[in-house]
Design a protein around this ligand. Structure first.
Ligand code: EAX
Length: 334
């Protein structure tokens, strides 16, 4: 009883003044019940799943137990982003949280967010993602059978590798680096002179361990939760691209839900977004220090201008492709 009280209180606090009111808690929705599967590729300790666990708790409380979400982290329901996203389209998985990186293969519009050096900092990302540009991109995903509820966060991506300290772009020359299945990222690393290889996230640790790859790039929260320090010696805080995450419900699942439940899910997803983004940001410095303690050599002095100019041709081409108006809307978001 006590625990339920605490969760219900957390629910009220998190959902703001209205708490669960106005959502499905007051009406039994004809006894509608659902068991939903939420999948992600990262470990349970990663911010996606901390957010997902909070989301599941709140949804259960706000629906008085009618909507039960089970979180399957760590690639338990599939090792690759494409595989999980296809399962989401088919409705065999109900909810997914993952990076926008591989989503461009399903909806090209979302790829605009993966342009290197587009976002200055977290505050800038929040303004874009929580503003009209972000909303339009979430809405566009419906064409690909995805009901995208909110932008959560993966984070600014950093290069790791097993061969040498990388400070300037030239240091990355010839390194075999895993990227997400994202054309823009592939082109950016090719421009730097590296040898990029697109690969599903679930394969990366093993490929690094077997030295099939020299390196990879990911936000600190991912590097830390997957213990990449075990297979990577060097961490360069390149922050070359901001990587948003999206919380998506399968459109099939979405259409099966009563309207008040949909509203509650949407509201809860947005509220949890604030909590989830904060987690990664607050932990970042501590996790960098822990990675250094675990033996990684951290390169902090990164000349971002040099990295940006090494990727500039790709950045300009992408900007041309998406159009000046859209790029300016992002750059000018206040
Ligand atoms: O979404 O594939 C990746 O490198 C992603 O950053 C990771 O799966 C978290």
């Amino acid at each position: 009883m006590k625990r339920i009280g605490i969760v219900a209180f957390a629910c009220l606090v998190l959902l703001g003044l209205g708490g669960c009111s106005g959502s499905s808690d007051k009406t039994p929705q004809g006894g509608f019940k659902a068991q939903l599967k939420l999948a992600s590729l990262t470990p349970l300790s990663h911010t996606y799943n901390q957010g997902a666990t909070r989301f599941a708790e709140l949804v259960r409380e706000c629906s008085q137990g009618r909507l039960q979400i089970t979180v399957y982290p760590d690639g338990q329901l599939g090792k690759g982003e494409r595989e999980l996203l296809e399962a989401l389209q088919q409705g065999t998985i109900d909810v997914y949280v993952g990076s926008t990186g591989p989503l461009g293969g399903f909806d090209p519009a979302i790829g605009i967010l993966d342009i290197p050096f587009l976002f200055n900092d977290y505050g800038h990302a929040d303004k874009v993602l929580d503003g009209p540009v972000g909303q339009q991109l979430l809405d566009d995903l419906e064409k690909a059978q995805f009901k995208a509820l909110a932008f959560w966060e993966n984070g600014f991506r950093n290069l790791t590798n097993a061969r040498r300290a990388v400070k300037v772009p030239g240091d990355a020359k010839g390194l075999k680096i895993r990227t997400m299945e994202n054309k823009l990222h592939l082109a950016a690393w090719t421009a730097v002179g590296a040898n990029p290889v697109p690969m599903a996230f679930g394969e990366v640790y093993g490929a690094l361990q077997q030295k099939i790859l020299d390196g990879q790039e990911n936000p600190i929260a991912v590097i830390h939760s997957v213990h990449l320090n075990e297979v990577q010696k060097y961490l360069s805080l390149t922050q070359h691209v901001y990587s948003p995450a999206v919380l998506i419900v399968s459109l099939k699942t979405w259409q099966s839900l009563p309207k008040p439940d949909r509203e509650m899910l949407l509201k809860t997803a947005r509220e949890v977004a604030q909590y989830q983004r904060k987690l990664g940001r607050e932990m970042e410095e501590k996790q960098i220090a822990e990675l250094a303690d675990r033996g990684m050599k951290v390169e902090r002095k990164i000349d971002k201008t040099a990295w940006r100019s090494a990727m500039q041709l790709v950045i300009s081409q992408a900007a041309g492709q998406y159009g000046k108006e859209k790029i300016d809307a992002i750059l000018g978001a206040r």
